[in-house]
Write a protein that binds this ligand. Structure first.
Ligand SMILES: Nc1ncnc2c1ncn2[C@@H]1O[C@H](COP(=O)(O)OP(=O)(O)OP(=O)(O)O)[C@@H](O)[C@H]1O
Ligand SMILES: [Zn+2]
Length: 721
């Protein structure tokens, strides 16, 4: 019999489907099974993609050498998903499957026809006394312990009694003790407000595959997710809630766990490998009803999915780029289509292109226009920092913000101060010639870190000492410029010495524990003023925060991207949304140098519709999505000349192959060097009608170039949304 297999190896050009022969029977093989195959002179791991196929390769098929002992059954729909991703993203079958395979390719995960063997996994069950009596003293000890202490884990029993495992095993085998169902007291769902109730019902009025839940911050979207999830679970189906990593706060996790108890799984980037394996196995084995996960959660190995929720749909981190060769939103849609699972996008600031589709009626639109209990959105005060400067206030805190912090503190309420890290941190520059100190390997301005008294690069993490004089002109006037969170912290501590001030950014919260404790302290009001970056923008729900200060609203406008306005609007809205979520109304002070910018203006008024109306006109006028398809092509590699040459060739080949289409291309531009790698990019705009043909040509040129450059140059093709 012949089988189709993809193999694990480094060279991208070999990532294809190969046909092998086997003497094993149908019953010994399954899709997604790991096999050992001869490949050239090597023996490689392969994965079965199809069984009982014809050998159409024109060569005599080699025989597989065997199967791996530990085996992974992938749900059928995930195998299909891998195939579709491979087509869509021009990646080989193995690369595509690699996203889906369990940690360590499933090594050490054991199944027996879908049932996993308990002894190979950490023991999750707590054991308790069931019936009968033990026969020997060790068994007696176990029973006495369980009677006095209540249910315990197997490992806990062994720890406390200092006995071998066999008496415990015997007791389990004889049914004297057994796993106890953990009855976690699950929180009942909250009673929906009339507005939520309407939205809840609207969802069931039809069976649209895609739904956009568009609700202002604090309108109770999450509560609705949990209601729909519960319906699903009661029907015996499974639920995925996907969030951007930074929105996967302890708060969110707590909320879901409180509702669904131990049949919840959580997946994020900070899990260890063995935790990941355990969660994977629990899901695969049907022990999980609902997963809350960051982007790779979309590959959760659960069968019988009833609902996929994609929260904060507009979040840029869902989009593919170098480390991520897929767009989570697209993959979610593919999975929903394959399995017929309903997909809900949630957002307070939907992506303009998605909202356009919703307004056109391509996807179902459900709105929540007000905050829960009609709590008002925070009032926003716009401060023009140029005026502030002209009245002689050189501080990064405007007089208004200063005043309001004082008032808020005196009322015993909490403050969040937000600083956009990107572009506004404290780089070092020469006041004389303007030179900024850059990272040697990244071509990016380095930041001054007071705690280590050195400069540090935010991309690669390398540090160097502060120069005494400018390396270009020799001037001594080389000083920190701009502000970072550390500086704000220092300033605020000086201005409000009684207040408890904390900082939350990547430097202070690398460890999971610090993140948790900061969050606990904030909740328990042990912090008066919390200072931070993007991390603060999403998902946090502290009822006593009544003032949010945005120190410089403009900085996200400097990104050179057609989405700059959209991202600015979204960020400002999210940050402002952290204020006044409890009973007391909130305020926001928004400091800016561009008070006339429409993203900033509309964000102040909290009016997405206004913003959307202006933005969509711009998109139309300049031929951007959703009106035209925009495709970015980006080449990255270690040798500048080579990368540039390759980009030019790519451009030339592509224009050649697409001569009959009406494409508009940009110039080739150079991106900043990152980690000693050079990047050149160009963009194409295409009519939707031409897209299918363009994709074919792109695939052809892409594969040709990938083969030619033998993996030396990385090629990113991004279909912008
Ligand atoms: N039906 C309800 N009854 C009482 N409180 C509710 C109800 N629904 C939501 N809440 C509370 O209102 C607050 C905001 O709700 P939720 O977090 O669900 O909003 P959200 O729209 O997801 O917010 P955001 O998008 O800003 O993170 C929460 O503290 C939540 O517990
Ligand atoms: Zn660097």
């Amino acid at each position: 019999m012949y089988i189709d297999v993809c193999v694990q190896q480094n060279f991208i050009g070999f990532d294809q489907v190969y046909t092998y022969s086997t003497k094993l029977g149908r019953n010994d093989l399954f899709l997604g099974q790991r096999v050992k195959v001869p490949f050239g002179k090597k023996i490689l791991m392969g994965i079965i993609l199809a069984i009982d196929v014809e050998n159409t390769s024109g060569f005599e098929a080699k025989e597989i050498l065997g199967t791996f002992e530990d085996q992974v059954f992938l749900p059928r729909d995930l195998m299909v998903l891998a195939e579709k991703m491979s087509e869509k993203y021009f990646i080989g079958p193995f690369t595509s499957l690699a996203y889906i395979l369990p940690p360590s390719n499933g090594q050490g995960i054991f199944y027996d026809q879908g049932e996993f063997k308990v002894e190979n996994l950490p023991d999750l069950n707590r054991y308790g006394y069931l019936e009968g009596q033990g026969k020997n003293p060790s068994q007696e000890k176990v029973l006495n312990l369980l009677k006095s202490q209540g249910p315990l884990l197997k490992s806990e029993i062994l720890d406390r009694l200092d006995i071998s495992a066999s008496p415990v095993q015997t007791l389990i085998k004889n049914g004297v003790i057994g796993p106890v169902k953990e009855e976690k007291t699950c929180q009942p769902p909250q009673v929906l407000t009339p507005d939520q109730e309407r939205a809840y019902q609207e969802f069931y009025q039809d069976q649209s595959l895609e739904t956009l839940l568009f609700g202002v911050t604090g309108s109770g979207k999450t509560e609705l997710y949990l209601h729909w999830a519960q319906d699903c679970i009661e029907r015996g189906q499974k639920v995925l809630i996907i969030l951007p990593e930074i929105a996967l706060t302890p708060q969110m996790v707590e909320r879901v766990q409180a509702r669904f108890g131990s049949r919840t799984s959580v997946m994020h980037s900070k899990l260890t490998d063995s935790q990941r394996k355990l969660e994977w196995t629990r899901m695969r084995n049907g022990q999980v009803d609902i997963l809350v996960g960051a982007r790779s959660g979309i590959f959760a190995p659960m069968e019988n999915l009833g609902l996929i929720i994609l929260d904060e749909e507009q979040e840029a981190s869902y989009q593919y780029h170098q480390s991520l060769r897929y767009d989570v939103r697209e993959v979610a849609k593919m999975r929903s289509e394959i399995t017929g699972t309903r997909l809900v996008y949630g957002s307070a600031t939907p992506e303009v292109s998605l909202f356009y589709r919703a307004k056109k009626g391509d996807i179902k639109l459900i709105q929540l226009k007000n905050r829960i209990m009609d709590r008002p959105l925070a009032r926003v005060h716009l401060v023009d920092m140029r005026e502030e400067l002209s009245t002689g206030n050189l501080s990064i805190l405007s007089n208004v913000l200063h005043q309001k912090i004082q008032n808020t503190l005196s009322r015993g309420k909490q403050v969040i101060l937000f600083l956009n890290r990107r572009g506004y941190s404290n780089f070092i520059s020469c006041r004389h010639c303007g030179t900024a100190i850059r990272c040697d390997s990244c071509d990016i301005s380095m930041n001054y870190h007071k705690t280590i008294h050195r400069l540090r690069c935010h991309y690669c993490g390398s540090t160097k000492p502060l120069p005494k004089t400018c390396p270009v002109c020799g001037s001594k006037l080389i000083k920190p410029f701009g502000v970072g969170t550390q500086q704000v912290e220092e300033l605020v501590k000086n201005l409000f010495p009684q207040a408890k001030v904390h900082r939350m950014d990547r430097d202070t919260t690398n460890k999971k524990e610090t993140y948790f404790s900061l969050y606990e302290d904030m909740k328990n009001r042990k912090i008066d003023i919390l200072i931070g970056t993007q991390m603060l923008a999403k998902g946090l729900d502290f009822e006593h925060v009544t003032l949010v200060g945005i120190l410089a609203a403009d900085t996200s406008l400097f990104i050179s991207d057609y989405k700059a306005q959209e991202q600015c609007y979204s960020l400002l809205t999210q940050v402002s949304g952290r204020s006044g979520r409890g009973k007391d109304p909130g305020e926001v002070v928004l400091q800016t140098y561009n008070p006339d910018n429409y993203a900033i203006k509309t964000a102040c008024q909290g009016d997405y519709q206004d913003f959307y109306d202006m933005e969509i006109k711009q998109r139309q006028a300049y031929d951007y999505p959703p009106f035209k398809k925009l495709i970015s092509i980006q080449l990255t590699g270690p040798d500048k000349e080579e990368v540039y040459e390759a980009t030019r060739n790519f451009y030339r080949d592509l224009t050649g192959a697409t001569r009959t289409l009406h494409l508009v291309g940009t110039k080739i531009i150079e991106n900043p060097k990152i980690k000693n790698k050079y990047t050149f990019k160009f963009q194409l705009k295409s009519n939707k009608a031409d897209l299918a043909l363009l994709r074919d040509s792109l695939e052809w040129v892409f594969k040709k170039h990938m083969k030619e450059n033998k993996g030396k140059i990385y090629i990113d093709i991004i279909f912008e949304r």
